[in-house]
Design a protein around this ligand. Structure first.
Ligand code: ZN
Length: 244
């Protein structure tokens, strides 16, 4: 089975009912600032992508209360974020006892990029099928949808999450969002969505009350893959991405 998150913009009415154990973009919760990973190549604190608490079906991390956090460098330096061991990305698993009640309220560095803050309103669970016209690139469980040839992280590591370079996000009332400029291109409207203090992304109409929202930099239309080793004492994660 695969589990597909139905995304909404954090802070909107759509996000009033949400899964509190998962979030995409914005700032991480439950992680102490001391653990915020720094890029080995450019030495700038990385960008937060995703976090989720252990869930028996959707994200088995081997122990109740464990949380998976995913970061990668989004600094303009073009660091080697696609490699598992370059030190330019980080998939870390925090034990339940390490949950920090002091939430991070701002980015650790002004060079650190923030991604759009997204919540999961609900989940769709279905059989994995190989011949779908529109496969669910972003999904938990099942198997990875590779763009290039398949990669293996070693026998202790199991695939758990695939994140695509952009998402379809529901927004019933766009006026609840910090929108700047609007533009029309080929009959499709795009909106400048403010992210963090002084950044923005362009979101574009993708259906009724639905917008395409760009997310992390995985090269040309790339996809990211998270693997975990759910060892009882020393859990660990690895992250890679591929693109066209
Ligand atoms: Zn870097």
């Amino acid at each position: 089975m695969i589990h597909i998150p139905k995304l909404v913009f954090a802070g909107t009415t759509d996000a009033k009912v949400k899964d509190n154990d998962v979030k995409f973009g914005g700032l991480p919760v439950g992680l102490s600032i001391a653990k915020w990973p720094v890029c080995k190549e450019c030495e700038v604190p990385m960008t937060f992508l995703f976090q989720m608490k252990h869930h028996r079906e959707r994200l088995p991390l081997g122990k109740e209360g464990r949380v998976l956090y995913l970061f990668q460098c989004e600094n303009e330096g073009g660091c080697s974020t696609w490699e598992a061991d370059s030190g330019c990305n980080k998939a870390l698993i925090q034990e339940s006892g390490e949950w920090s009640n002091t939430s991070v309220t701002e980015l650790p560095n002004d060079k650190t990029v923030m991604l759009p803050d997204l919540a999961v309103q609900s989940w769709e669970t279905k059989e994995e099928s190989e011949d779908e016209q529109h496969p669910a690139w972003t999904h938990l469980g099942g198997t990875p949808i590779w763009i290039q040839s398949s990669e293996d992280m070693g026998e202790n590591y199991r695939f758990v999450v695939q994140l695509d370079y952009g998402f379809h996000v529901k927004a019933t009332n766009l006026s609840e969002l910090p929108i700047g400029e609007t533009s029309g291109y080929e009959g499709k409207k795009s909106y400048q969505l403010k992210v963090g203090e002084d950044d923005f992304v362009w979101i574009s109409e993708a259906g009724p009350n639905e917008y395409y929202c760009p997310f992390a930099n995985f090269g040309d239309s790339g996809s990211g893959y998270v693997f975990v080793d759910t060892d009882k004492q020393r859990p660990a994660g690895k992250f890679i991405w591929q693109c066209y």
